[in-house]
Write a protein that binds this ligand. Structure first.
Ligand SMILES: [Zn+2]
Length: 243
């Protein structure tokens, strides 16, 4: 068992899950080194970094509830290519067996370059990642052996209950969740994290306009329909190309 004075490395995105984990560790009196990787292809980076700043300020004001130490976040840009060949090869081998997001390859590369062991990734219940984490041996350990997933069996509802019981909800509500915010800086109401937030009983976190967009969202519905009925995709494709 690791000592309580050991620094915990945590991938912090300013989102609900990783912020829950951060607050949980600080409440336990732990010292946390957050890491944030800027992905230029994601329009939400500015919002996430602003949320992290607001949350950090709020943590400073709640030192009695959160006695741990929050070190300044290490912020870096995603590299243009994966540096570690072993990581790249392992990822390529995994995706031949199951689909896992590329972000795990980039994160494994990040940890390898910096010599970080057991980087905590705060994602909640996820059957695909659970399967990958429980798969032992190459190529899985080459990627997933570098991380730890402390809240993989914790639901959003359990996190919410914990935050309410401990009085930390107002800080957790400062988190950012939308991947594709509007030009005016509102959550879009249409992307996957917006859907998860609304379907998870937290629609109050979106302004009315975003909730309206959620109810009238078309593209995500068409996309899920297309996945179920490939022939439907073919019809749409034919219309578009006048075939
Ligand atoms: Zn969104």
């Amino acid at each position: 068992m690791r000592g309580t004075d050991e620094t915990v490395h945590l991938l912090w995105t300013g989102g609900w899950d990783s912020t829950y984990r951060l607050l949980y560790l600080l409440r336990e009196g732990r010292k946390v080194q957050p890491h944030y990787i800027i992905d230029p292809s994601r329009p939400s980076s500015g919002h996430e970094l602003r949320a992290m700043k607001t949350i950090s300020d709020s943590i400073d004001r709640n030192i009695e509830q959160l006695p741990g130490t929050l070190l300044p976040a290490e912020i870096s840009r995603k590299t243009s290519s994966v540096q570690c060949k072993k990581v790249q090869e392992a990822y390529n081998a995994i995706v031949q067996e199951m689909y896992i997001g590329e972000q795990y390859m980039w994160l494994a590369d990040y940890c390898e370059i910096r010599g970080i062991k057991g980087m905590e990734i705060g994602i909640e219940q996820n059957p695909i990642i659970l399967k990958a984490v429980n798969s032992t041996g190459y190529p899985y350990t080459e990627i997933f052996g570098k991380f730890s997933f402390p809240i993989l069996s914790t639901s959003k509802l359990e996190m919410k209950e914990w935050a309410e019981t401990t009085g930390i909800s107002p800080i957790l509500d400062l988190t950012w969740f939308c991947h594709t915010p509007t030009a005016t800086g509102e959550p879009c109401g249409k992307c996957h994290p917006c859907e998860v937030t609304i379907n998870g009983g937290m629609a109050y976190r979106l302004p009315l306009r975003s909730r309206i967009r959620y109810h009238f969202r078309v593209i995500p519905r068409v996309r899920s329909l297309v996945k179920k009925f490939p022939s439907f995709y073919y019809i749409l494709y034919s219309f578009k190309h006048n075939k």
